[in-house]
Design a protein around this ligand. Sequence first.
Ligand SMILES: NC(=O)C1=CN([C@@H]2O[C@H](COP(=O)(O)OP(=O)(O)OC[C@H]3O[C@@H](n4cnc5c(N)ncnc54)[C@H](O)[C@@H]3O)[C@@H](O)[C@H]2O)[C@H](O)CC1
Ligand SMILES: [K+]
Length: 533
Amino acid sequence: MQRQEKISQVIVTAGQMRDIEDRIFAAGMPVVALMEKVAGLVARRIQEIPQIPCKKAGYVASNSLLKKGLPQAVGSRVGILVGPGHNGGDALVVARELHFRGYEVWIYSPFSKFKELTSQHLQYAQSLGIPIYQTIEQLPDSDLLVDGLFGFGLEKNLTDPIASAINQLNELSVPIYSIDLPSGLHTDTGVVLGTAIRATHTFCLGLWKLAFFQDPALEYVGKAELIDFDIPLADVEAVLKDAPSIKRITPTTALATLPLPRPPVTHKYKEGHLLLICGSRRYAGGAILTGLGARASGVGMLSIAVPESLKSLLVSHLPEALIIGCPETESGAIAQLQLPEKTDLTSFNAIACGPGLTRDATPIVQEVIESERPLILDADGLNILAQMGAIATLKKRLAVTVLTPHAGEFQRLFPDIADAKHDRVKAAQEAALQSGAVVLLKGARTAIANPQGAIWMITESTPALARGGSGDVLTGLLGGLLAQAATKQISVEDIVATAAWWHSQAGILAAQERTELGVDAFTLTQYLLKVLS
Ligand SMILES: NC(=O)C1=CN([C@@H]2O[C@H](COP(=O)(O)OP(=O)(O)OC[C@H]3O[C@@H](n4cnc5c(N)ncnc54)[C@H](O)[C@@H]3O)[C@@H](O)[C@H]2O)[C@H](O)CC1
Ligand SMILES: [K+]
């Protein structure tokens, strides 16, 4: 794999980034030189992005310049927000470079103490005649702001005057480009420390920081871009070797698994046999959507257990599947798993259980949990598991379990684990460690954790997927892939991460073609294969 691809898959905490940086400095790279290099790259990127100056400037960007995306120094007034640490130092190098490129630059910095290097850059900027303001009221109009207030060194809540200054700067209708991460976000949890810059664009330096993929940060980072400044892979590997890895799923990693390879000579049972257990009289549609998700996975054989009264409906939607009509409760839930003759749960390579079951199907969920087959639990499968006591029940399982909760289901499953909304990555990690299951925690950015503490992040998604039934599609898709993986030597974690990536990409593609409003769960099933074609 190419260095750049490897670098783009890594996600680090603030502590790990600092350790990597320390190794580079210890090896002889001067701090000054690194700052110069990094901030130089940022300054160049800022010049490449076409600016649309604010109307008050009385300057209208020429269309031809915008179309060509050419740098546009003349008329661009740039405000540089400078903090006390090295993030501020980066910003001052950017200020100096833009000044020399003909931009009209001013600096805002309400601090009186700076780190040594930052202080030197500030002094030089002043000597160049770049105006420096300490109060927000003094600031002139600008077409663009560059945010270098805080980077990964911020740990405490922001207070006034800086907090109210940030709030006022956010109110200006001026694009804000943040250096490393929007000032005010916690680098690891993405939590807003009092207040934070709402960036239009963020240049993440060197390696992706965890905050970029935590739900609370998403509305602050804008368009995020990694600025690769040639960190040696050996330093990254040395720092991360003993820590549980956190990896982004990129198209390269997902497409290394998809489409699952098929030998030229095979038969349907060699390509995986999946049992879906889903649906009730009340929630019939969920069973269809789960089945359609499984269909897109290419699974060799699909059996779907539903309440008897849903059988003909399922047959009409999924003629290729074996539909197993089961005796039902008065409420219309599956009362008993009545598998065809000569079949028992060991006949299946994987079982996916939950969508649309209702809680009346408790005995069925108990039965599959006791089986020794790879099992995916979703929706009511998770709610029933929560009632049974998730951790104690899962620990007894002899085969792999994959849980696919959203934050609410997660809380019911693992009430003693810290709030999944606060630090989703840590929450998923803890749940997997304690239960021995693979945990896929759904959210704006899905996190997947295995019992060894490793994490996979789905870093691209769309709010179009926040819609009833889209989780059912994922469960079917994942089930189909898991059943096939059993014969193909692919790890469960890779399969789970791949399924989640595929599902998100289908949502993104469908939203591009049909708008975010046009991605109902049935439509989503129709876009799954388009992602691969
Ligand atoms: N990672 C790299 O390889 C490179 C990073 N660079 C840049 O450096 C920053 C990190 O710099 P650091 O000085 O460690 O931290 P910050 O600039 O984020 O700020 C810390 C600074 O702020 C003070 N402080 C902390 N919390 C508060 C608060 N709530 N209120 C007020 N002041 C606060 C603290 O005392 C420190 O003085 C990284 O993000 C990059 O932008 C390099 O330039 C290049 C290589
Ligand atoms: K920043």
